[in-house]
Design a binder for this molecule. Sequence first.
Ligand SMILES: *Cc1c(COP(=O)(O)O)cnc(C)c1O
Length: 225
Amino acid sequence: MVIKKNIDSLKAELPGRCRLIAVSKTQPVSLIRQAYDAGQRLFGENKAQEMAAKQKELPADVEWHMIGHLQTNKVKYIAPFVALIHSVDSEKLLQEINKQALKNNRKIKCLLQVYIAQEETKFGWSIDEIRALLKSDFTTTYPAVEIVGLMGMATFTTDEARIRNEFGSLKHLFDTLQQNELPANVSMMELSMGMSADYKIALQQGSTLIRIGTAIFGERQSQRA
Ligand SMILES: *Cc1c(COP(=O)(O)O)cnc(C)c1O
């Protein structure tokens, strides 16, 4: 059972309150079930409809994490059950999440995705934009949204110093915001950073949620996202 072995050894590496998200995008329900049977409960997907389809097939105590870029017209598919949306990258998306949360009579927890990499393909806010967003009217504008932290992706590179720097800048923003006065529905509890290639650095830099696909399930067949 290589999946169980991978999960067990990753979990053994996690410091204190850091949690492991098994990124199951493109993986069949049968493999997700193997991870579930190994005790894994947090799963990450990057496509709303794929997540909604898998959610129906798996036990109700799975925590579903949306980690990929989310189009506003897809929020409705996951709004009833999603545990945490990591990839909130625009006000338009915040508006839609708020609307769908109200419709489902729940609050939806989110992370703000911060642009820390120097690559042009990454989504997210700049550090200055985050500060501007978190003004006092945030709570009245998005009453059904609960921001619980930040998410970031480092540049895809073998340059470890650069990755360390990028994660470090996100951790610094996280710590600074934690010390500031924040809107009522905003708190800095979770810092989502680290994937298969760079999670060790992310852990050293204070990650509380690592998102691991390949190092659990092996190489994905189709998409590279
Ligand atoms: C696919 C993906 C991951 C997992 O990547 P691996 O390299 O397979 O661990 C983590 N985060 C995001 C946002 C992803 O899209």
